[in-house]
Design a protein around this ligand. Structure first.
Ligand code: HEM
Length: 339
């Protein structure tokens, strides 16, 4: 049975998000790292029982064809930008996304450092964001974030690819965006006005009634229904981040979905608007500075990577690569590459 990466696990107190682009000629180093990833995570994670170290790894559209031969995930593409009359969501480069999370920051950092060492010279890390839990899973706007995520079977249906793309069953599509909040303007609003921006109460996190919830509130804009009236959902794992020195106070938005069309429709409603709302009012206090779509393969994908593209195979003699179970001393079994 296909084993998805643990994208449905609950939020943790600590996370590091790394986005990298692959440098020209860096493809083989990246392939070697991807094949070793399960073993690296085990080696580091096993040293700290209870830390629950996870490294959900995803691959961007342009990188896919540089790394692999054979079928592509059916809906993998470069995220479009969303440009409205008032706000804009950019599309920014990214070939690899490492969503590292755990109960503790030190072990997240250990894994991030190891990935950096292994990929040195082959990739450019274009973003590193350190996320943290803020009180009761609140964002830096002070609202509890994540409450209406689907649970159980609904979460599986929302996030994981099924029979619609049999080659990639158990995979997912993930969109990340970094948002910076304009805190002074936000704090100038009364609590009641902030609640009308989000669509929920601030202290106890209850949804506002339909009469009290404005059409341009964040919750109203992001409640999507299909023709049959069923909710179209995504699984979010947002984390706050910030820098007092740089005056940056942000939300790292990250959401997994079985099809990127759901997240993209939400982004279109937020930025370009709906019949009832010119745009999502949260955007008056949140500026999107990055935006990238990736595919998150199931776990066994890494255990048996597809062959490298034909052009890469022809230009390189058969090489020796380290096995999947190389330990922290870097001593792996030598075996012939599958490529
Ligand atoms: C500035 C960045 C963002 C912040 C601070 C934020 C915060 C929140 C908060 C506080 C809630 C209400 C509690 C909850 O159910 O989680 C919420 C709900 C939600 N957000 Fe966001 N969000 C952000 C960006 C986005 C984006 C970019 C999307 C989609 C593309 C999105 C989709 C949703 C959805 C689907 C819900 C649940 C709506 C419902 O069914 O009640 N959010 N968000």
């Amino acid at each position: 049975m296909v084993e998805p990466q643990p994208i449905l696990e609950p939020l943790t107190p600590a996370a590091i998000f790394l986005v990298a682009t692959i440098d020209e000629g860096g493809e083989q180093t990246v392939r070697d790292l991807l094949a070793d990833l399960p073993g690296l995570r085990r080696s580091i994670g096993f040293r700290m029982p209870g830390a629950g170290l996870v490294c959900n790894t995803s691959i961007g559209s342009q990188a896919w064809d540089r790394l692999f031969d054979g079928p592509r995930p059916a809906e993998l593409h470069v995220l479009p930008e969303f440009v409205g009359d008032h706000h804009r969501a950019p599309s920014t480069p990214g070939d690899l996304l490492f969503h590292i999370k755990s109960e503790f920051q030190d072990i997240c950092f250990e894994l991030a450092m190891t990935l950096g060492d292994r990929l040195a010279g082959a990739v450019t890390i274009v973003d590193q964001t350190v996320g943290f839990r803020y009180f009761e899973q609140r964002d830096l706007l002070g609202f509890v974030d994540g409450t209406e995520n689907p649970e159980g079977n609904a979460a599986i249906a929302a996030a994981l690819i099924g029979d619609e793309d049999p080659d990639f069953r158990g995979g997912s599509y993930v969109v990340v965006q970094k948002y910076l909040h304009t805190m002074a303007e936000w704090r100038a609003l009364s609590i009641e006005e902030q609640e009308r921006v989000i669509g929920r109460t601030k202290l106890d996190d209850f949804e506002l009634s339909d009469e009290d919830k404005p059409a341009n509130s964040h919750v109203a804009v992001n409640t999507l229904l299909d023709e049959d009236g069923n909710e179209r959902q995504i699984v979010r794992a947002n984390m706050p981040f910030g820098s007092v020195r740089d005056g940056e106070f942000g939300t790292y938005y990250i959401a997994y979905a079985a099809t990127p069309s759901v997240t993209e429709e939400m982004l279109s409603r937020m930025f370009v608007g709906t019949e009832d709302a010119a745009y999502d009012r949260i955007l008056d206090f949140s500026i999107a500075i990055t935006g990238t779509l990736f595919f998150t393969p199931p776990t066994d994908f890494f255990e048996d990577l597809p062959a490298a593209p034909a052009a890469a195979r022809e230009s390189s003699a058969p090489e020796m690569v380290r096995g999947n179970d190389s330990g922290s001393l870097g001593i792996g079994t030598l075996k012939r590459s599958r490529t």
